[in-house]
Design a protein around this ligand. Sequence first.
Ligand SMILES: C[S@@+](CC[C@H](N)C(=O)[O-])C[C@H]1O[C@@H](n2cnc3c(N)ncnc32)[C@H](O)[C@@H]1O
Length: 266
Amino acid sequence: MVDREVELPPIVDLTKPNDARVYDYLLGGAHNFAVDRELAKQAVAAMPIIRQVALSNRAFMHRVVRVCVQAGVRQFLDLGSGIPGVGNVHEVAQAVDPRCKVAYVDIDPVVHAHGQLILADTPNTALIHADMLDAPAVLRHSAVRGLLDFDEPIAVLALLSLHFVPDERDPEGALATYRDALAVGSLLGLSHPAGDTTAAGVSEAIDVFSQGHLVPVARDWRRLTGFFGGFELLEPGVTRVPRWRPDREGAEDAPVNGGLGVKTSR
Ligand SMILES: C[S@@+](CC[C@H](N)C(=O)[O-])C[C@H]1O[C@@H](n2cnc3c(N)ncnc32)[C@H](O)[C@@H]1O
């Protein structure tokens, strides 16, 4: 748990739950407060497999990052990163190659406040407070430009974050802007709550999370596949995340779809 003696900026309100800290708690992280744990318990009561969803997505992230590094990619742009703790992208990538560079983007100022503390002494990382849907602003941000070389391949990740983007905000349009800015050989990794699930409690969990500042939407397999426009999907395509290149037998199912694609031409 967060030590209250640690100096956190005033934006970190200890009396209101925060989605990113609730997610951190579900993952077993330490960057959360009693008020977050209370909301997490309500979410687990509404949708008993919600912790499994968070853990399956995190395991998917780890496999995706390793595949990217094995493919020779050493740069990551993580859109909707959440609090960069509990085995986030830089930990996995830099464990393979410490030269890997990771730029995190999140719209939540609370993520920014916690993240600045977490990453203060971590080389080759940056965290910017920005709306990932404003792709031009992210792409020209000095911290992103200072860290990442857009002439070389970059892995763009948007894992369990696009469900906070309503259709009116044109997520496909933003993804196309990122794609156009990337070199050939760049990768796109996505995961998204599945709209075609029969898992119990999904709408109840959405109601619980809607107490926060972001309201989630689920999308089906076809829609997520469409988000990869201009990228060639790598095997096995878009699947439930526990079934995407599993590294252990018998992984539990989770109602989240995900995939990884590569940009093969300009
Ligand atoms: C469930 S967390 C996902 C964390 C991490 N990507 C993972 O897969 O474990 C979703 C994050 O997306 C962020 N987010 C939602 N909408 C966003 C936007 N428009 N721009 C940037 N970040 C956003 C939220 O603030 C939250 O921290």
